[in-house]
Write a protein that binds this ligand. Structure first.
Ligand code: NAI
Length: 325
């Protein structure tokens, strides 16, 4: 099972998404050690309709549950044209594009949203309510190329704050607020994140909360469990995958040709001052991945030291609540 988790972390690091890569290994290892991630989950898939189902994750590792659930959705979408699969009671599942790209590699459209712990102020509020509630979408083009869009509904993911802390870097004052609800540049003072584009990002976060929380009968809004509080309790998170077979509407070859045209069209757009090229969504990460293939994947010193230390083996964990630090 751990290899599934490792695959998602490496996928993220290899594309420069360090916020969801090896940086989280210590947290996952600690939660596994404290049994807040179920070591022996009773995974089972319940079909709830011709094109829908619930993957019961029994608070097992989210990376594994989300992948198995996506594979069920892929199977169902190939049979029935469309599939909606909820993952119920899961741990944190990392970078969502890992799952949506799986669908796109099968010539399907992949969409996924998930719950995340409450750390985002609603538009106009000074207290957090929703999580960073990410949204991912991937579609196939030609020659194995994909458009893959994957974002937190906040200006930045929480992991980017952690990354800034690990590198001792300041953050822009548009990312987050301190305990008074004032914008801050000090990653150690962050108490809540800001949604993207004010009320619009706030609305998207609400949508994700409904689809992956309320719809699945799980704790929602500010009742979603916190990543860093009780590490001995399962997180009861939710995720929703939607997979659409383009052949319901067109032929797969026309669909992929049109996506390939979109990619070429976007790449041919005249760049604005200060930009070298317009990328299609996800292409910026392909560029990073290519660089890493030559130079190796960058990992900050502290994370490297942790990975080669014996902490994982001797179970001597400690953790600090990032909202108290
Ligand atoms: P980001 O801000 O790095 O990128 C967002 C999107 O914009 C990506 O699709 C990226 O390819 C695209 N993009 C960025 N620069 C671009 C450019 N120059 N040209 C074209 N497209 C460009 O992503 P963010 O919001 O920091 O999220 C990072 C990861 O964190 C995601 O994988 C997300 O799923 C994950 N996440 C997971 C959570 C969880 O609870 N499981 C919670 C929040 C985020």
């Amino acid at each position: 099972m751990l290899v599934f988790v490792a695959n998602v972390l490496v996928f993220a690091d290899a594309r420069g998404l360090h916020s969801h890569g090896a940086m989280r290994a210590e947290y996952y290892a600690e939660r596994i050690a404290k049994e807040g991630i179920n070591h022996h989950p009773d995974f089972h898939f319940e079909r709830t309709g011709a094109s829908s189902g619930i993957f019961h994750a029994d608070n097992g590792a989210g990376h594994v549950a989300a992948q198995f659930a996506m594979d069920e959705a892929i199977k169902m979408a190939k049979e029935n044209g469309v599939a909606v699969v909820g993952v119920k009671k899961m741990g944190h599942s990392g970078a969502l594009s890992y799952y949506t790209e799986r669908a796109a590699k099968h010539d399907l459209i992949g969409f996924s949203v998930c719950l995340s712990d409450p750390m985002v102020v609603p538009f106009g509020g000074a207290e957090p309510y929703y999580g960073t509630n990410p949204i991912a979408f991937a579609v196939p083009g030609n020659e194995g190329k994909l458009i893959s869009f994957d974002m937190a509904t906040t200006v930045q993911a929480w992991g980017k704050i952690l990354h800034a802390r690990s590198k001792n870097q300041l953050i822009p004052d548009t990312w987050a607020v301190d305990e008074n609800g004032e914008p801050t540049t000090d990653p150690f003072k962050v108490q809540a994140l800001l949604p993207i584009s004010g009320p619009k990002g706030y609305g998207l976060g609400m949508m994700v909360d409904v689809l992956s929380g309320i719809l699945l009968g799980l704790p929602f809004g500010n009742k979603v469990s916190s990543m860093y509080h009780d590490l001995s309790e399962g997180r009861n998170l939710g995720q929703l995958h939607l997979v659409i077979n383009p052949e319901l509407f067109t032929t797969i070859n026309k669909f992929k040709d049109d996506i390939a045209t979109t990619m070429r069209d976007l790449n041919a757009i005249k760049p604005a001052p200060g930009f070298n090229q317009v990328y299609y969504p996800g292409q910026n990460l392909e560029v990073i991945q290519k660089e890493y293939e030559e130079k190796g994947i960058e990992i900050v010193d502290d994370i490297y030291a942790y990975l080669v230390s014996d902490v994982i083996h001797n179970n001597s964990y400690d953790h600090k609540d990032p909202f108290v630090e």
